[in-house]
Ligand binder design. Structure first.
Ligand SMILES: CC(C)(COP(=O)(O)OP(=O)(O)OC[C@H]1O[C@@H](n2cnc3c(N)ncnc32)[C@H](O)[C@@H]1OP(=O)(O)O)[C@@H](O)C(=O)NCCC(=O)NCCS
Length: 322
């Protein structure tokens, strides 16, 4: 007999969870013991349970949880075993995703976003693609945070709930001199957290375009309504830099749309990381860095809650997203 839950949870998500369970069964090493299965169940519970601690970002987990992960996938183990262990963790989390999503109370529209993510991760594992940097792999960390509901997929970006604006950014001489720090403090009434932070997910860039970004803002507006304590949206990237509209006009929309609708911008400084990200996919930007006419800087976009909601006053979480 079908469980009552089945009628409430998206059937596509349930099908994805079943595929993950079958794949995990197929890929399970032949000698795997009941003890390992128990350790995996406990590891999943540790990750999922720690989300209640209102963690910032997506990279770090509480030390006891990191320790469990190290125990499950110990340093020095063969790459074959490491990849298998990380895959089992991901698949086991997908198996319980439908129930956890239902219990989370997130608006129904997010089921489709999580289904897409769960399917993408299952396919990645079925295709035997490696987590290049093991437990430290950026995509692994982002996907782990997604499957634990610590991060929410929003079409073109992934977002975290418990972020904020570092005081060190507000205190940068450039931001003090330009008045940007004061404008941000006034707009947020000194409340520098919690803010929703968005990040680029390298495996979701098929929807990284103006329509995908607008759909992302729509989902962020649904999250702001769902989390009334949230002060707005932040993100830091080289692509919010004003210089980008001349160098890469295809990316100008990333700054222009929020800027037209009340977002503010703080300088976050030049760095090797900003340069590496800015040039990694563009010969044009690389050439401009090499000839000295462009020095990538990170810029923090701050879109206060009220201004973002005024931009999308009618978006509801059930509205179709492109
Ligand atoms: C941010 C990012 C997803 C934007 O990607 P994008 O929308 O494709 O835009 P880009 O300007 O980076 O495009 C890269 C190249 O693809 C080309 N391109 C972009 N869209 C295209 C399209 N629709 N058709 C054909 N070519 C296209 C561009 O011309 C560009 O090459 P060029 O600058 O040498 O001319 C991408 O730059 C990226 O993944 N960067 C590395 C990671 C990163 O920066 N993350 C954010 C950290 S804060």
């Amino acid at each position: 007999m079908a469980r009552p839950l089945d009628t409430m949870i998206d059937q596509g998500l349930l099908a994805t969870a079943s595929s993950a369970a079958m794949l995990r069964f197929t890929l399970r090493p032949s000698g795997e013991t009941a003890t390992a299965e128990l350790a995996l169940t406990e590891l999943c519970a540790a990750f999922v349970g720690s989300v209640a601690q209102r963690l910032e970002g997506y990279r770090q987990w509480p030390q006891p949880v990191e320790d469990r992960l190290q125990h499950w996938a110990p340093p020095g183990t063969s790459d074959l075993v490491l990849q298998s262990r990380l895959n089992q963790l991901m698949l086991a989390l997908i198996e319980t995703l439908p129930d956890r999503l239902l219990q989370s109370g997130l608006p129904g529209r997010f089921t489709e976003e999580y289904r897409r993510s769960a399917l993408r991760i299952t396919q990645r594992i079925a295709q035997a693609r490696r987590w290049t940097h093991g437990v430290e792999d950026d995509i692994f960390r982002k996907d782990l945070a997604l499957l634990c509901l610590r991060m929410v997929p929003c079409v073109s970006h992934v977002v975290c709930r418990h972020s904020g604006i570092p005081r060190s950014t507000l205190l940068l001489p450039r931001n003090l001199a330009s008045g940007a720090s004061v404008r941000v403090l006034l707009a947020l009434r000194d409340r520098l957290r919690p803010l929703i932070a968005n990040h680029v997910h390298p495996e979701m860039i098929d929807r990284f375009d103006p329509a995908g970004r607008e759909a992302c803002y729509g989902l962020v507006s649904a999250l702001l309504r769902h989390w009334p304590d949230s002060e707005g949206l932040v993100g830091a990237s080289w692509y919010y830099d004003r210089a980008i509209s001349d160098i890469s006009p295809n990316l100008a929309y990333l700054r222009d749309v929020p800027a037209r609708h009340g977002a503010l911008f703080l300088d976050a400084g030049a760095s090797d990381e900003a340069t590496a990200n800015a040039v990694s996919r563009s010969e044009r930007r690389r050439a401009r860095v090499e000839d000295g006419t462009y020095r990538p800087r990170n810029v923090m976009m701050v879109w206060p809650r009220r201004a973002l909601l005024e931009h999308l006053p009618h978006f509801s979480a059930t509205q179709a997203v492109v």
